[in-house]
Structure formats: structure tokens, C-alpha cells
Design a protein around this ligand. Structure first.
Ligand SMILES: [Cu+2]
Length: 166
């Protein structure tokens, strides 16, 4: 009986100190692929965007989170979204290159990208992975360390996302 109690106490202490016991969050995003007119240097031009924004929305997550992005394509071009620099551990189908890990999302259709951000942190970017659409369909991914963990550098005075586009 004493050995059973000792065994149960060991299991409980292992579970409570294990990182597996930490609850990972699910971050959900909705990407609506839409064509929008923009004016640059006195010229109006239609461009393909996510949610009408250029650059597109930033994805925020913590290492270990699950990220679910529901993409609906309202544009007249087929599209796919690639999460640049993210290692797709056991979720390669969510990587995004058209004709490699998935068929492109056709006009009027949706696709759900569902992946884990495991053991990764930093600022990356996402972009369309078909034709020339990445020129305007792109944005940042910010992966912060797990709750209670710090970045491997001192706390900055401020943070800003800078995206360079041509
Ligand atoms: Cu890329």
C-alpha cells in the first residue's frame, strides 16, 4: 500500500511540474481575401489583400500555441498562404505552398490552416504562395515565448513590426 501511495505521489508531482501540464492557447484568425483599391503616388490600383489591409494582419501567438487561420477567398485568383520560416512539426499539410502541400484555395472557397507553434519564437512573416500575389498578400507573425518565459535579450523600450515590400 505504501508503494502504491508513493507511486501515485510521484505521478502527481511529475504531472504538475511537466510543461505538458501547461495549457496551450488556441489563436484563431479569419483571413478574408479581398480585392481593394489603393492609391499610391496619385494612381488608384486594385490589389489583393487580406481583410482589406496592406500589409495584412499580424498573427500573435506564444510558443506552444495552436494557430487556426480560416481563409476565405473572395478574389478572382486562386490563392494559398505560406507561414514563412515556421517549422511545421507533424502538420505539413498547413505549410501552404500551392500544388506542393495543398491545392490552391479557389475563388469562393475556404481553407483552414491549423498548426502548432512548438519550440519556436521570434518574428516571421506569412505570404501568399502562388503567382505574384505575395507582392501584396503578406504580413507578420509574432511568436512570443511561453507564458512566464522571457526573450533571450533584455526587455526593449518599445516594439514595432517593420515589413518591407516592393
Ligand atoms: Cu516564404
Amino acid at each position: 500500500m505504501a508503494s502504491l501511495f508513493f507511486f501515485l505521489a510521484l505521478v502527481v508531482s511529475l504531472l504538475s511540474s511537466s510543461p505538458i501540464a501547461t495549457e496551450a492557447a488556441v489563436k484563431r484568425y479569419k483571413f478574408e481575401i479581398v480585392v481593394k483599391n489603393v492609391s499610391r503616388l496619385c494612381h488608384a490600383k486594385p490589389i489583393v489583400t487580406v481583410n482589406g489591409r496592406f500589409p495584412g494582419p499580424t498573427i500573435y501567438a506564444r510558443a506552444g500555441d495552436r494557430v487556426v487561420v480560416n481563409v476565405t477567398n473572395h478574389a478572382q485568383y486562386n490563392i494559398s498562404i505560406h507561414w514563412h520560416g515556421l517549422k511545421q512539426f507533424r502538420n505539413g499539410w498547413a505549410d501552404g505552398p500551392a500544388y506542393i502541400t495543398q491545392c490552391p484555395i479557389q475563388s469562393g472557397s475556404s481553407y483552414v490552416y491549423d498548426f502548432n507553434v512548438t519550440g519556436q519564437r521570434g518574428t516571421l512573416w506569412w505570404h501568399a504562395h502562388i503567382l505574384w500575389l505575395r507582392a501584396t498578400v503578406h504580413g507578420a507573425i509574432v511568436i512570443m515565448p511561453e507564458e512566464g518565459q522571457s526573450f533571450p535579450f533584455p526587455q526593449p523600450h518599445g516594439e514595432a513590426e517593420i515589413i518591407l515590400g516592393a
